[in-house]
Design a protein around this ligand. Structure first.
Ligand code: SF4
Length: 354
């Protein structure tokens, strides 16, 4: 075992967090090395001890699709490369029906309603109102929308929105048409409107430098110090979406690499005891054995998918996510209000029978 990795592991086991240089050192490890295995196992132990071996399930409904002017080069909706030609917005009744389907099992922590760079604000506001009324109070409702201002976030909050997922993505302004400052301003607006904030290190591709990953991970730590991101941080791989600049498996990182990056994030945030949930996207078991404890079911339009409905194509459904957690050995699912569901064999069988 490499002595520096041993020292790092001892430090986090004693409650410390790693610095930028240590992060770069770990990011350079071969994912299949004994050192990487030790890092992943240690992160797994730290997170399961912190949460009592619990996990959190999210769901996402994509409600819009059109050739998007933000032209993010990794996205299946980017105007330069997309196979979607029409502007389609899901009717409110469909959004509500999908929200009910996601939450009928009663163990969803949070639900995102996702739109794109621009969207019909009135329709989105009505969707938030209708979905909030239709789903259990124990499930948090979060936005995943284009840049907007404090006033609109205040309207969404009044309609029942709990928080906002908004991220300055890796390569923002270079791989996208969106200035990074605009993303930052939107995050601040959501916070000032009284919403909870989520952040994530994304999208990570095979060409993404370790410095870019480390920089984003430390920005997320700082975001937590400034705003609090208690409902979860995480890491997300960039999919090699057909037709985009990043088409082809050689552009995509493996689950093992994503799991290592997720474990390193656990080490970075180890001294921030208010962070229990570490999201992994795309969901995979090796990451759930490496500190990840938060994955997502998806339906509707999906910027990482070329199918009109990601359900049954790229996106996992709720039973599949629940099963992945169970098989990874988690003993509890935590809801958005902090209540817990025991993940027992009997519970799994009862859910399969529903
Ligand atoms: S990632 Fe979002 S903002 Fe960028 S092109 Fe896709 S839908 Fe538009």
């Amino acid at each position: 075992m490499d002595a520096r990795v041993s020292d790092i592991i001892s430090k986090v086991q004693e409650g410390g967090a790693i610095d930028y240089d240590e992060t770069l050192y770990l990011l350079a490890l071969d994912e299949a090395s004994p050192e990487a295995t030790a890092v992943r196992g240690t992160a797994n132990d730290l997170v399961r001890a912190k949460t009592g071996n619990a996990c959190a399930m999210w769901g996402q409904i994509g409600i819009d699709v059109y050739p998007c002017e933000a032209d993010c080069q990794f996205c299946s909706f980017a105007k330069s490369t997309t196979c979607f030609t029409e502007h389609v917005t899901m009717p409110i009744e469909d959004v509500v029906a999908r929200a009910k389907e996601f939450t009928k099992g009663g163990d969803l922590y949070g639900l995102w309603l996702m739109t794109m760079n621009t969207y019909d604000e009135d329709h989105y506001l009505e969707c938030v109102k209708a979905v909030r009324e239709a789903i259990p109070k124990s499930t948090l409702l979060f936005s995943n929308i284009g840049d907007t201002d404090k006033e609109y976030f205040e309207k969404l909050k009044a309609a029942g929105l709990d928080g906002a997922y908004h991220v300055k993505r890796i390569g923002e302004g270079e791989l996208t048409e969106i200035p990074p400052e605009r993303r930052e301003a939107t995050i601040r607006a959501a916070h000032e409107a009284g919403l909870r904030i989520q952040d994530c290190c994304e999208p990570i591709g095979a060409d993404t430098s370790n410095e870019a990953i480390a920089t984003r991970l430390f920005e997320i730590k700082a975001r937590n110090e400034e705003y609090g991101i208690h409902d979860g941080s995480g890491v997300m791989k960039r999919n090699s979406v057909p037709g985009t600049r990043f088409e082809g498996m050689e552009n995509e990182i493996t689950d093992m690499r994503l799991a290592l990056i997720g474990a390193i994030q656990v080490f970075i945030m180890n001294d921030q005891t208010d962070i229990p949930w570490f999201a992994i996207h795309e969901p995979n078991t090796v990451s759930l054995l490496s500190g990840g404890n938060n994955i997502c079911a998806e339906t509707g339009f999906n910027p990482r998918d070329t199918a009109e409905d990601t359900a049954g194509h790229h996106g996992l459904d709720v039973p599949a996510v629940r099963s992945m957690f169970y098989q990874a050995g988690f003993k509890k699912i935590v809801r958005g209000d902090g209540t817990e569901v025991e993940l027992t064999p009997e519970y799994m069988e009862a859910k399969l029978a529903e």
